[in-house]
Design a protein around this ligand. Sequence first.
Ligand SMILES: [Zn+2]
Length: 227
Amino acid sequence: MVNELFPSVLEPGTDRAERWRPDRAGDYCPRCGASCGAGGATPAGCAFCVGQRIAWHRIVRLGAYAPPLDARVRTMKFHGHWRWASRYGRLLGRRVGRPIDPQRIVVAPTPMHWLRRWRRGYNQAKLMAETLAATRGWPMVEALVRPRHTPPQTAVPVSGRAANVRGSFALAGVDLTGYEVVLVDDVKTSGATLSACVRLLREAGAVSVTAAVAAVADPQHAGFKRT
Ligand SMILES: [Zn+2]
């Protein structure tokens, strides 16, 4: 088991050799996060999300879930390379834009069930959220908890993911009335986890929620080639 305080792995190297650069606004749909191509999104969304209900206000991503980012994210989640989380949190912090009121914004991670946290040794979303918050000087609040242990979303077909997380999350008793929230997760695929979390944050009074994720995966596993 990897521990946050005493990691068994060294910090990964830099990206220079692979020439990876994080996405900029305009590289993807700000509504669903899909790789829709330059000019492919309007305020109503893109070909991947038009007509769909989206729970969050907008989404910020660092890239598509494709090489080399997909392998990095898996390494971050499953192989103890938790330090990538700090790097992604910092990069996202530079991309989430300005709040309406700098006094009324908080950063919240998607929560992890205690058993998974114990097995993995860390919650990568929380580490990302901590660094994002520190980068911007905003508070990080664990506004949500995950009292029910469910199979990982990656082990469930996309069509069953909303049902898999239904009832998995709960509010931690934080009053977010009048606050903007930046909700942090590692990967968005179906959006079921983020949607469930956003609904609860709105119940707690959040006026808007920005989803901030390291990578967005195509739910159809087609590399965003097929709408
Ligand atoms: Zn879209």
